[in-house]
Design a protein around this ligand. Structure first.
Ligand code: GTP
Ligand code: MG
Length: 253
């Protein structure tokens, strides 16, 4: 009888660990909050197949609420991250049969110091993760040669470690997210950025790493007396990551 019910019951949604990686002040936490905010509106919309994030536990909800309240009250971006913060989310969507949980997500928001060569904790987090977002500061990347070299270093690290963490999870997704794109005003600097990034992405792909480049703009915008994050482009890398994670987990059963 139990088997009969098991046959009809839905398999429980998988849980994925997502690692945010990038130097101090790159925009990791702003991207996390921006993604949550922009997907939040999908929860209310009646449209099918849109995804959103629900906090899975009280701690994640409180941390997220505190961060969003801090932004509105101080009219500032969130404070720097001083310890690894683990947000537990459920990724949800609306289908014809109602609301469905696609997967659970442990999103690790780490302090910038983690992004140092030879950091054993970083290696550990990489091995335990199912996907990674590497954040690159757009204005710094365009204007600062030593920042480009730092990015080259961290990419070299990733190319050393990712193939090993891929052993049990081929196609490990790596989203390379260029933040603060709104601060690059001219088309010239935007074009320059894309040209400068191309060799990095090609190098990753030549090593069979499932890498994809994205841009993200999350300015702070005033609405009357209030201030809020105004994310543009944040949903695209997030949707890509979820689609890649889901297809990998289907393939590996
Ligand atoms: N204009 C603009 N500024 C941004 C954006 N994202 C981040 N910033 C700025 O960059 C600062 C740092 O962003 P955070 O998200 O805190 O950076 P982080 O990578 O989490 O940094 P640590 O936690 O210190 O490692 C913010 O306080 C903003 O001033 C963006 O999309 N647009
Ligand atoms: Mg942070």
């Amino acid at each position: 009888m139990q088997r009969f019910f098991q046959f009809f019951s839905r398999p429980s949604p998988p849980t994925f660990n997502l690692l945010s990686l990038g130097y101090r002040g790159t925009g990791k936490t702003v991207f996390l909050a921006g993604t949550y905010v922009c997907l939040h509106f999908n929860r209310k919309k009646a449209r099918l197949n849109q995804i959103w994030l629900d906090c899975q536990d009280l701690e994640s909800r409180q941390t997220m609420d505190q961060m969003l309240t801090y932004i509105t009250q101080t009219r500032q971006y969130p404070a720097p991250t001083f310890k690894v913060t683990d947000f537990n989310f459920s990724v949800k969507t609306r289908t014809l049969c109602g609301v469905k949980t696609l997967c659970h997500l442990h999103w690790w928001d780490v302090p910038g110091e983690f992004c140092q060569p030879e950091n054993a904790d970083l290696q550990l987090l990489l091995f335990s993760s199912h996907a990674c977002c590497l954040f690159i500061d757009a204005p710094a990347f365009v204007n600062n040669l030593s920042y480009q070299q730092k990015i080259e270093n961290i990419l070299r690290q990733l190319t050393q470690f990712l193939p090993q963490s891929q052993v049990n999870r081929p196609h490990y997704p790596l989203a390379v997210i260029v933040t603060k794109y709104d601060l690059l005003q001219s088309e010239l600097s935007r074009g320059q950025l894309k040209q400068q990034l191309k060799p990095f992405i090609h190098k990753l792909r030549s090593l069979q790493i499932n890498a994809h480049g994205f841009t993200s703009s999350i300015p702070l915008v005033s609405f009357g007396a209030s201030v809020t994050l105004h994310p543009q482009g944040t949903a695209t890398p997030f949707r890509w990551l979820i689609a890649e994670l889901k297809s990998t987990s289907r393939a590996t059963g």
